[in-house]
Design a protein around this ligand. Structure first.
Ligand SMILES: [Ca+2]
Ligand SMILES: [Ca+2]
Length: 508
Protein backbone atom coordinates (compact mmCIF):
# COMPACT_ATOMS: atom_id res chain seq x y z
CA UNK A 1 0.00 0.00 0.00
CA UNK A 2 1.47 3.29 -1.03
CA UNK A 3 -0.93 5.58 0.74
CA UNK A 4 0.25 8.58 2.64
CA UNK A 5 1.14 7.88 6.22
CA UNK A 6 -0.34 9.81 9.05
CA UNK A 7 1.54 13.09 8.86
CA UNK A 8 1.41 14.45 12.27
CA UNK A 9 0.70 12.08 15.00
CA UNK A 10 -0.41 13.25 18.33
CA UNK A 11 -1.65 10.46 20.45
CA UNK A 12 -3.71 11.36 23.40
CA UNK A 13 -5.22 8.36 24.98
CA UNK A 14 -7.68 9.87 27.36
CA UNK A 15 -7.75 13.40 28.57
CA UNK A 16 -6.58 13.79 32.11
CA UNK A 17 -4.86 17.01 32.87
CA UNK A 18 -2.11 18.06 35.20
CA UNK A 19 -2.35 21.61 36.29
CA UNK A 20 0.78 23.74 36.18
CA UNK A 21 1.19 26.77 38.47
CA UNK A 22 -1.60 29.26 38.23
CA UNK A 23 -0.95 32.81 37.17
CA UNK A 24 -3.16 35.89 37.45
CA UNK A 25 -2.65 39.11 35.52
CA UNK A 26 -4.35 42.46 35.95
CA UNK A 27 -5.69 43.70 32.59
CA UNK A 28 -7.04 47.09 31.62
CA UNK A 29 -9.06 47.72 28.49
CA UNK A 30 -8.37 51.20 27.11
CA UNK A 31 -11.65 52.28 25.55
CA UNK A 32 -11.76 55.25 23.19
CA UNK A 33 -14.67 57.10 21.67
CA UNK A 34 -15.14 57.00 17.93
CA UNK A 35 -17.00 59.49 15.82
CA UNK A 36 -19.89 57.19 14.96
CA UNK A 37 -22.87 57.67 17.23
CA UNK A 38 -26.12 55.86 16.82
CA UNK A 39 -28.42 54.00 19.11
CA UNK A 40 -27.44 50.63 17.70
CA UNK A 41 -23.78 51.19 16.90
CA UNK A 42 -21.10 50.92 19.51
CA UNK A 43 -19.19 54.12 18.80
CA UNK A 44 -16.29 52.88 20.83
CA UNK A 45 -13.07 51.10 20.25
CA UNK A 46 -10.26 49.94 22.47
CA UNK A 47 -6.53 49.79 21.92
CA UNK A 48 -6.32 46.08 22.67
CA UNK A 49 -8.94 45.23 20.04
CA UNK A 50 -7.75 42.83 17.48
CA UNK A 51 -10.61 42.61 15.01
CA UNK A 52 -14.27 43.37 14.53
CA UNK A 53 -16.89 40.73 15.07
CA UNK A 54 -18.66 40.56 11.72
CA UNK A 55 -22.11 39.70 12.97
CA UNK A 56 -22.31 42.12 15.90
CA UNK A 57 -20.03 44.85 14.55
CA UNK A 58 -18.19 45.25 17.82
CA UNK A 59 -14.46 45.03 18.56
CA UNK A 60 -13.07 41.74 19.84
CA UNK A 61 -10.41 41.39 22.50
CA UNK A 62 -7.69 38.97 21.52
CA UNK A 63 -4.70 37.82 23.45
CA UNK A 64 -2.15 35.20 22.53
CA UNK A 65 -0.54 33.15 25.27
CA UNK A 66 2.50 31.00 24.61
CA UNK A 67 1.98 27.55 26.04
CA UNK A 68 4.89 26.25 28.12
CA UNK A 69 6.57 23.02 27.07
CA UNK A 70 4.29 20.03 27.58
CA UNK A 71 1.15 22.08 28.02
CA UNK A 72 -1.50 21.79 25.34
CA UNK A 73 -4.56 23.42 26.85
CA UNK A 74 -5.30 26.70 28.53
CA UNK A 75 -8.02 27.57 30.97
CA UNK A 76 -8.69 31.32 31.05
CA UNK A 77 -11.00 32.80 33.66
CA UNK A 78 -11.95 36.43 34.10
CA UNK A 79 -12.32 37.59 37.71
CA UNK A 80 -12.66 41.01 39.43
CA UNK A 81 -14.46 42.32 36.36
CA UNK A 82 -15.16 46.06 36.40
CA UNK A 83 -17.84 47.39 34.07
CA UNK A 84 -19.11 50.76 32.86
CA UNK A 85 -22.51 51.35 31.30
CA UNK A 86 -22.76 52.10 27.57
CA UNK A 87 -25.89 53.78 26.22
CA UNK A 88 -26.43 51.62 23.13
CA UNK A 89 -28.51 48.58 22.33
CA UNK A 90 -26.88 45.64 20.57
CA UNK A 91 -28.78 42.41 20.15
CA UNK A 92 -26.86 39.21 20.73
CA UNK A 93 -24.72 40.22 23.71
CA UNK A 94 -25.12 37.83 26.64
CA UNK A 95 -25.01 38.34 30.38
CA UNK A 96 -21.62 36.73 30.74
CA UNK A 97 -18.30 37.17 28.98
CA UNK A 98 -17.19 33.85 27.59
CA UNK A 99 -13.68 33.56 26.17
CA UNK A 100 -13.24 31.30 23.14
CA UNK A 101 -9.89 29.56 23.30
CA UNK A 102 -8.22 28.07 20.28
CA UNK A 103 -4.91 26.28 20.35
CA UNK A 104 -2.83 27.15 17.31
CA UNK A 105 0.60 26.12 16.20
CA UNK A 106 2.59 28.80 14.48
CA UNK A 107 6.19 28.23 13.51
CA UNK A 108 6.23 25.11 15.67
CA UNK A 109 5.23 27.11 18.72
CA UNK A 110 2.00 26.23 20.49
CA UNK A 111 -0.13 29.20 21.48
CA UNK A 112 -3.55 29.68 22.97
CA UNK A 113 -5.55 32.38 21.25
CA UNK A 114 -8.08 33.87 23.63
CA UNK A 115 -10.89 35.90 22.07
CA UNK A 116 -13.90 37.54 23.64
CA UNK A 117 -16.24 40.47 23.23
CA UNK A 118 -15.71 42.67 26.31
CA UNK A 119 -19.38 43.55 26.61
CA UNK A 120 -22.23 42.17 28.65
CA UNK A 121 -25.89 42.80 29.17
CA UNK A 122 -26.38 43.52 32.86
CA UNK A 123 -29.27 41.22 33.78
CA UNK A 124 -30.45 43.56 36.56
CA UNK A 125 -30.35 46.93 34.84
CA UNK A 126 -30.94 45.54 31.33
CA UNK A 127 -28.20 47.86 30.11
CA UNK A 128 -25.17 47.14 28.03
CA UNK A 129 -21.86 47.36 29.87
CA UNK A 130 -18.27 47.44 28.69
CA UNK A 131 -15.51 45.66 30.53
CA UNK A 132 -12.86 48.17 31.62
CA UNK A 133 -10.60 45.97 33.71
CA UNK A 134 -10.34 42.41 34.91
CA UNK A 135 -7.96 39.83 36.26
CA UNK A 136 -6.99 37.07 33.87
CA UNK A 137 -6.43 33.74 35.60
CA UNK A 138 -4.43 31.36 33.49
CA UNK A 139 -4.19 27.65 34.09
CA UNK A 140 -1.82 25.82 31.83
CA UNK A 141 -3.13 22.34 31.44
CA UNK A 142 -1.11 19.38 30.48
CA UNK A 143 -2.17 16.16 28.91
CA UNK A 144 -1.06 13.30 31.07
CA UNK A 145 0.36 9.88 30.27
CA UNK A 146 -1.15 7.43 27.83
CA UNK A 147 -3.96 4.98 28.38
CA UNK A 148 -6.08 6.80 30.85
CA UNK A 149 -9.79 6.56 30.48
CA UNK A 150 -11.25 9.85 29.43
CA UNK A 151 -12.47 12.26 32.02
CA UNK A 152 -12.76 15.98 32.24
CA UNK A 153 -14.97 16.42 29.20
CA UNK A 154 -18.59 17.44 29.20
CA UNK A 155 -20.74 14.54 30.35
CA UNK A 156 -22.74 14.72 27.14
CA UNK A 157 -19.66 14.32 24.98
CA UNK A 158 -19.02 11.11 23.09
CA UNK A 159 -15.52 11.45 24.51
CA UNK A 160 -16.87 10.71 27.97
CA UNK A 161 -16.51 6.97 27.58
CA UNK A 162 -14.02 4.63 26.04
CA UNK A 163 -10.45 5.29 25.01
CA UNK A 164 -9.71 7.97 22.48
CA UNK A 165 -6.76 8.45 20.18
CA UNK A 166 -6.26 11.86 18.67
CA UNK A 167 -4.89 12.12 15.14
CA UNK A 168 -3.90 15.47 13.70
CA UNK A 169 -3.79 15.99 9.95
CA UNK A 170 -2.67 19.08 8.03
CA UNK A 171 -3.37 18.04 4.44
CA UNK A 172 -6.46 16.80 2.69
CA UNK A 173 -6.05 13.17 1.67
CA UNK A 174 -6.80 9.51 2.23
CA UNK A 175 -5.10 8.27 5.38
CA UNK A 176 -4.23 4.73 6.32
CA UNK A 177 -4.02 3.42 9.87
CA UNK A 178 -2.27 0.07 10.01
CA UNK A 179 -2.07 -2.66 12.63
CA UNK A 180 1.46 -1.39 13.33
CA UNK A 181 0.22 2.20 13.84
CA UNK A 182 -2.28 1.01 16.42
CA UNK A 183 0.47 -0.88 18.26
CA UNK A 184 2.70 2.18 18.25
CA UNK A 185 -0.12 4.20 19.76
CA UNK A 186 -0.26 1.78 22.66
CA UNK A 187 -3.36 -0.15 21.58
CA UNK A 188 -3.46 -3.89 21.35
CA UNK A 189 -5.07 -4.53 17.95
CA UNK A 190 -5.21 -8.28 18.69
CA UNK A 191 -7.85 -7.52 21.30
CA UNK A 192 -9.89 -5.08 19.22
CA UNK A 193 -12.88 -6.12 17.15
CA UNK A 194 -12.32 -3.98 14.01
CA UNK A 195 -16.10 -3.92 13.43
CA UNK A 196 -16.40 -1.64 16.48
CA UNK A 197 -13.78 0.94 15.45
CA UNK A 198 -15.21 4.42 15.05
CA UNK A 199 -13.73 7.73 13.94
CA UNK A 200 -15.05 11.17 14.91
CA UNK A 201 -14.26 14.74 13.91
CA UNK A 202 -15.64 18.23 13.63
CA UNK A 203 -13.70 18.45 10.38
CA UNK A 204 -11.57 21.55 10.86
CA UNK A 205 -14.31 24.14 10.66
CA UNK A 206 -13.53 27.62 11.86
CA UNK A 207 -15.01 28.34 15.25
CA UNK A 208 -17.66 31.03 15.15
CA UNK A 209 -16.02 34.35 15.91
CA UNK A 210 -18.91 35.68 17.87
CA UNK A 211 -19.16 34.07 21.27
CA UNK A 212 -22.93 34.42 21.13
CA UNK A 213 -23.00 31.73 18.43
CA UNK A 214 -23.09 28.17 19.71
CA UNK A 215 -20.00 26.03 19.28
CA UNK A 216 -20.67 22.41 18.44
CA UNK A 217 -18.94 20.65 21.27
CA UNK A 218 -19.63 17.04 20.47
CA UNK A 219 -17.90 15.06 17.78
CA UNK A 220 -19.92 13.62 14.89
CA UNK A 221 -18.80 10.29 13.46
CA UNK A 222 -16.90 10.01 10.17
CA UNK A 223 -17.51 7.04 7.83
CA UNK A 224 -14.39 4.90 7.39
CA UNK A 225 -13.41 1.72 5.62
CA UNK A 226 -11.86 -1.10 7.61
CA UNK A 227 -10.21 -3.62 5.35
CA UNK A 228 -10.37 -7.12 6.83
CA UNK A 229 -12.98 -6.38 9.49
CA UNK A 230 -15.42 -9.08 8.29
CA UNK A 231 -13.92 -11.81 10.50
CA UNK A 232 -14.06 -9.61 13.63
CA UNK A 233 -10.28 -9.85 14.08
CA UNK A 234 -7.74 -7.08 13.51
CA UNK A 235 -5.11 -9.10 11.65
CA UNK A 236 -1.63 -7.66 10.99
CA UNK A 237 -2.49 -7.06 7.31
CA UNK A 238 -5.82 -5.32 8.09
CA UNK A 239 -6.05 -1.53 8.01
CA UNK A 240 -8.32 1.48 8.27
CA UNK A 241 -8.82 4.06 5.51
CA UNK A 242 -10.32 7.47 6.09
CA UNK A 243 -10.69 10.75 4.29
CA UNK A 244 -9.11 13.59 6.22
CA UNK A 245 -9.77 17.19 5.32
CA UNK A 246 -7.42 20.09 6.00
CA UNK A 247 -8.85 23.04 7.96
CA UNK A 248 -8.04 25.16 4.90
CA UNK A 249 -10.77 24.56 2.31
CA UNK A 250 -11.42 25.10 -1.38
CA UNK A 251 -14.98 26.12 -2.17
CA UNK A 252 -16.50 25.58 -5.64
CA UNK A 253 -17.56 28.91 -7.17
CA UNK A 254 -19.69 28.05 -10.22
CA UNK A 255 -20.35 31.68 -11.15
CA UNK A 256 -16.65 32.49 -11.17
CA UNK A 257 -15.70 29.07 -12.65
CA UNK A 258 -13.00 28.72 -10.03
CA UNK A 259 -12.36 27.45 -6.56
CA UNK A 260 -12.15 30.01 -3.78
CA UNK A 261 -9.68 29.44 -1.01
CA UNK A 262 -10.87 29.63 2.55
CA UNK A 263 -8.00 29.88 4.98
CA UNK A 264 -8.75 28.83 8.52
CA UNK A 265 -7.59 31.73 10.67
CA UNK A 266 -7.15 29.73 13.82
CA UNK A 267 -6.01 26.22 13.01
CA UNK A 268 -3.63 24.47 10.67
CA UNK A 269 -4.58 20.99 11.85
CA UNK A 270 -7.83 19.00 11.75
CA UNK A 271 -8.23 16.49 14.55
CA UNK A 272 -9.76 13.06 14.19
CA UNK A 273 -10.56 10.92 17.21
CA UNK A 274 -10.45 7.14 17.01
CA UNK A 275 -12.12 4.81 19.43
CA UNK A 276 -13.41 1.24 19.56
CA UNK A 277 -16.14 -0.75 21.24
CA UNK A 278 -18.84 1.20 19.37
CA UNK A 279 -22.05 -0.49 18.15
CA UNK A 280 -22.72 0.04 14.41
CA UNK A 281 -20.03 2.63 13.71
CA UNK A 282 -20.20 4.48 10.37
CA UNK A 283 -18.72 2.79 7.31
CA UNK A 284 -18.16 4.06 3.78
CA UNK A 285 -21.10 3.17 1.51
CA UNK A 286 -21.17 2.79 -2.27
CA UNK A 287 -22.38 5.72 -4.33
CA UNK A 288 -25.53 4.96 -6.35
CA UNK A 289 -24.74 5.63 -10.00
CA UNK A 290 -27.54 7.43 -11.92
CA UNK A 291 -29.31 5.22 -14.47
CA UNK A 292 -29.89 8.09 -16.95
CA UNK A 293 -27.55 8.40 -19.92
CA UNK A 294 -24.63 10.75 -19.69
CA UNK A 295 -25.21 14.21 -21.20
CA UNK A 296 -21.54 15.00 -21.77
CA UNK A 297 -18.05 13.79 -21.10
CA UNK A 298 -15.58 15.54 -18.82
CA UNK A 299 -11.85 14.95 -18.96
CA UNK A 300 -10.50 18.13 -17.44
CA UNK A 301 -10.83 19.97 -14.17
CA UNK A 302 -10.00 23.24 -12.53
CA UNK A 303 -6.99 22.99 -10.28
CA UNK A 304 -6.54 25.58 -7.56
CA UNK A 305 -3.29 26.68 -5.92
CA UNK A 306 -2.62 29.14 -3.17
CA UNK A 307 0.46 30.98 -2.03
CA UNK A 308 -0.21 32.45 1.38
CA UNK A 309 2.03 32.97 4.38
CA UNK A 310 0.36 34.33 7.47
CA UNK A 311 3.20 35.76 9.51
CA UNK A 312 2.17 39.30 10.35
CA UNK A 313 -0.91 41.33 11.13
CA UNK A 314 -1.00 44.91 9.88
CA UNK A 315 -4.17 46.51 11.09
CA UNK A 316 -5.70 46.22 14.48
CA UNK A 317 -9.12 46.24 12.92
CA UNK A 318 -8.40 43.50 10.40
CA UNK A 319 -8.47 39.75 10.79
CA UNK A 320 -6.20 39.43 7.79
CA UNK A 321 -2.66 38.19 8.19
CA UNK A 322 0.08 38.97 5.69
CA UNK A 323 3.16 37.17 4.44
CA UNK A 324 6.03 38.61 2.40
CA UNK A 325 7.21 42.17 2.99
CA UNK A 326 8.32 44.24 -0.01
CA UNK A 327 10.98 46.61 1.36
CA UNK A 328 14.40 46.93 -0.34
CA UNK A 329 13.44 43.57 -1.75
CA UNK A 330 10.76 45.16 -3.92
CA UNK A 331 10.50 42.47 -6.61
CA UNK A 332 9.74 38.83 -5.82
CA UNK A 333 8.93 35.72 -7.87
CA UNK A 334 6.26 33.13 -7.06
CA UNK A 335 6.24 29.69 -8.68
CA UNK A 336 3.21 27.44 -9.17
CA UNK A 337 3.43 23.90 -10.58
CA UNK A 338 0.45 22.60 -12.55
CA UNK A 339 1.10 19.07 -13.88
CA UNK A 340 -0.74 18.32 -17.16
CA UNK A 341 -2.07 21.85 -17.62
CA UNK A 342 -4.43 22.13 -20.58
CA UNK A 343 -2.77 24.30 -23.21
CA UNK A 344 -4.74 27.27 -24.51
CA UNK A 345 -7.19 27.35 -21.56
CA UNK A 346 -7.30 30.54 -19.59
CA UNK A 347 -6.32 30.53 -15.93
CA UNK A 348 -7.58 32.87 -13.26
CA UNK A 349 -5.30 34.65 -10.84
CA UNK A 350 -6.31 36.66 -7.82
CA UNK A 351 -3.81 38.58 -5.73
CA UNK A 352 -4.25 40.62 -2.62
CA UNK A 353 -1.73 43.13 -1.29
CA UNK A 354 -1.35 46.06 1.06
CA UNK A 355 0.85 49.16 0.88
CA UNK A 356 2.00 51.42 3.66
CA UNK A 357 3.30 54.71 2.33
CA UNK A 358 2.90 58.47 2.64
CA UNK A 359 2.76 58.60 -1.14
CA UNK A 360 0.94 56.72 -3.86
CA UNK A 361 2.47 53.33 -4.61
CA UNK A 362 1.54 50.33 -6.71
CA UNK A 363 1.99 46.61 -7.24
CA UNK A 364 2.64 45.21 -10.71
CA UNK A 365 2.03 41.53 -11.44
CA UNK A 366 3.84 40.07 -14.47
CA UNK A 367 3.96 36.71 -16.20
CA UNK A 368 6.54 35.85 -18.88
CA UNK A 369 7.89 39.44 -18.84
CA UNK A 370 4.41 40.80 -19.56
CA UNK A 371 2.49 43.00 -17.19
CA UNK A 372 -0.83 41.40 -16.30
CA UNK A 373 -2.21 43.84 -13.77
CA UNK A 374 -1.41 46.85 -11.62
CA UNK A 375 -2.94 47.65 -8.25
CA UNK A 376 -2.60 51.34 -7.36
CA UNK A 377 -2.75 52.35 -3.73
CA UNK A 378 -3.14 55.92 -2.48
CA UNK A 379 -0.81 57.40 0.11
CA UNK A 380 -1.98 57.71 3.67
CA UNK A 381 -1.32 59.81 6.72
CA UNK A 382 0.89 58.41 9.43
CA UNK A 383 -1.65 58.64 12.21
CA UNK A 384 -1.67 55.15 13.62
CA UNK A 385 -4.23 56.07 16.23
CA UNK A 386 -6.86 56.04 13.52
CA UNK A 387 -6.08 52.37 13.15
CA UNK A 388 -5.25 52.79 9.47
CA UNK A 389 -1.92 51.16 9.08
CA UNK A 390 -1.94 50.16 5.43
CA UNK A 391 -4.15 50.36 2.36
CA UNK A 392 -5.41 47.16 0.83
CA UNK A 393 -5.87 46.21 -2.80
CA UNK A 394 -7.02 43.14 -4.69
CA UNK A 395 -7.23 42.16 -8.37
CA UNK A 396 -8.74 39.26 -10.30
CA UNK A 397 -7.66 38.61 -13.87
CA UNK A 398 -7.15 36.00 -16.57
CA UNK A 399 -3.91 34.76 -18.01
CA UNK A 400 -2.89 31.92 -20.32
CA UNK A 401 -0.38 29.48 -18.81
CA UNK A 402 2.44 28.59 -21.21
CA UNK A 403 3.76 25.54 -19.36
CA UNK A 404 3.28 23.36 -16.29
CA UNK A 405 5.59 25.67 -14.33
CA UNK A 406 4.12 29.12 -13.87
CA UNK A 407 6.30 31.90 -12.44
CA UNK A 408 4.74 35.23 -11.55
CA UNK A 409 6.69 38.33 -10.65
CA UNK A 410 5.27 40.82 -8.21
CA UNK A 411 6.97 44.22 -7.94
CA UNK A 412 6.17 47.02 -5.52
CA UNK A 413 6.71 50.43 -7.14
CA UNK A 414 7.26 53.29 -4.71
CA UNK A 415 8.81 56.74 -4.52
CA UNK A 416 9.45 56.90 -0.84
CA UNK A 417 12.24 55.15 1.01
CA UNK A 418 9.98 54.14 3.87
CA UNK A 419 7.18 52.73 1.76
CA UNK A 420 6.43 49.11 2.47
CA UNK A 421 4.38 46.57 0.56
CA UNK A 422 2.88 43.34 1.86
CA UNK A 423 1.53 40.28 0.11
CA UNK A 424 -1.60 38.72 1.51
CA UNK A 425 -2.01 35.87 -1.00
CA UNK A 426 -1.85 34.79 -4.62
CA UNK A 427 -4.58 32.35 -5.68
CA UNK A 428 -4.33 30.62 -9.05
CA UNK A 429 -6.91 28.43 -10.85
CA UNK A 430 -5.69 26.55 -13.93
CA UNK A 431 -7.41 23.93 -16.10
CA UNK A 432 -5.72 20.54 -16.02
CA UNK A 433 -6.28 17.37 -18.00
CA UNK A 434 -7.89 14.85 -15.70
CA UNK A 435 -4.86 12.56 -15.54
CA UNK A 436 -4.09 10.69 -12.35
CA UNK A 437 -0.87 12.00 -10.87
CA UNK A 438 0.98 10.82 -7.76
CA UNK A 439 -0.62 8.38 -5.32
CA UNK A 440 -3.71 10.39 -4.56
CA UNK A 441 -5.37 13.30 -6.23
CA UNK A 442 -8.28 15.45 -5.04
CA UNK A 443 -10.34 16.92 -7.89
CA UNK A 444 -13.67 18.63 -8.41
CA UNK A 445 -16.47 18.75 -10.96
CA UNK A 446 -17.44 22.28 -11.91
CA UNK A 447 -20.73 22.60 -13.83
CA UNK A 448 -20.47 24.94 -16.80
CA UNK A 449 -23.28 26.97 -18.33
CA UNK A 450 -25.09 25.12 -21.16
CA UNK A 451 -23.81 21.67 -20.30
CA UNK A 452 -26.09 18.84 -19.25
CA UNK A 453 -26.58 17.53 -15.79
CA UNK A 454 -25.22 14.00 -16.08
CA UNK A 455 -21.52 14.28 -16.76
CA UNK A 456 -19.48 11.19 -17.41
CA UNK A 457 -16.22 11.96 -15.69
CA UNK A 458 -13.19 10.23 -17.10
CA UNK A 459 -9.88 10.05 -15.28
CA UNK A 460 -6.89 8.90 -17.29
CA UNK A 461 -4.82 6.27 -15.49
CA UNK A 462 -3.04 2.96 -15.95
CA UNK A 463 -3.98 1.76 -12.46
CA UNK A 464 -6.70 -0.85 -12.81
CA UNK A 465 -7.38 -0.67 -9.07
CA UNK A 466 -7.69 3.10 -8.79
CA UNK A 467 -10.42 4.11 -6.37
CA UNK A 468 -12.52 7.24 -6.25
CA UNK A 469 -14.45 8.57 -3.28
CA UNK A 470 -17.08 11.27 -3.46
CA UNK A 471 -16.23 13.61 -0.58
CA UNK A 472 -18.91 16.34 -0.73
CA UNK A 473 -19.68 15.49 2.89
CA UNK A 474 -16.52 14.86 4.86
CA UNK A 475 -18.46 12.88 7.43
CA UNK A 476 -19.97 10.54 4.82
CA UNK A 477 -17.58 9.92 1.93
CA UNK A 478 -18.98 7.46 -0.64
CA UNK A 479 -17.10 4.94 -2.71
CA UNK A 480 -17.79 5.40 -6.43
CA UNK A 481 -18.03 2.13 -8.39
CA UNK A 482 -16.06 3.03 -11.53
CA UNK A 483 -15.93 1.52 -14.99
CA UNK A 484 -12.63 0.69 -16.61
CA UNK A 485 -11.15 1.14 -20.04
CA UNK A 486 -7.52 0.55 -21.09
CA UNK A 487 -6.54 4.10 -20.35
CA UNK A 488 -9.04 5.44 -17.88
CA UNK A 489 -11.63 4.95 -15.18
CA UNK A 490 -14.98 6.66 -15.63
CA UNK A 491 -18.29 7.17 -13.87
CA UNK A 492 -21.54 9.12 -14.15
CA UNK A 493 -22.93 11.52 -11.61
CA UNK A 494 -25.95 13.77 -11.37
CA UNK A 495 -24.55 17.26 -11.11
CA UNK A 496 -26.70 20.30 -10.47
CA UNK A 497 -23.94 21.56 -8.26
CA UNK A 498 -20.23 21.03 -8.08
CA UNK A 499 -18.76 17.89 -6.55
CA UNK A 500 -15.59 17.04 -4.67
CA UNK A 501 -13.70 13.80 -5.28
CA UNK A 502 -10.47 12.14 -4.34
CA UNK A 503 -8.83 9.43 -6.44
CA UNK A 504 -6.27 7.17 -4.84
CA UNK A 505 -4.07 4.36 -5.78
CA UNK A 506 -4.94 1.27 -3.78
CA UNK A 507 -2.15 -0.94 -5.11
CA UNK A 508 0.17 -2.69 -2.68
CA1 LIG B 1 -9.41 -9.53 9.73
CA1 LIG C 1 -3.56 36.16 4.70
Amino acid sequence: MTLKNIIRLSILSGFLFLILPLSAQQKIIHWQLEEVTSENVLGQWFQEASFIDDSLNVPVYMEEVLLPEGSNELEYRLTNQQFETVEVKIAGIGAEIKPVITIVTERKQKKARVCFIPLRLNPESGKLEKLVSFEANLNFLKNEQKNITASGFAATSVLASGKWYKIGIAQTGIYKISYQNLKEWGLNPDKINPQTISLHSLGGKMLPESNSQPVQDDLPPVAIEVIGEEDGVFDPQDYILFYGESPHKWIINILGQKLNHQTNLYEDTTYYYLTYGVQNPLRIQDFVTPTLSATHRVDEYIFPLLHENNDQQLTKSGKEWYGETFDENSSQNFTFIVPNHKAGEKGIIEFDVAGRSFEANSFVLSYNQQELSTISLAGMSANLMTGLYARKGKALLNFTPQSDTIIFNLTHLKNHLYSLGYLNYIEVNVTRHLIFNGHQMPFTYMPRPQTGQIPEISLQTTHSDLRIWLVDDLHQPQNIPVQLSDTSVYFKIQAYNGHYFIAFDGSS
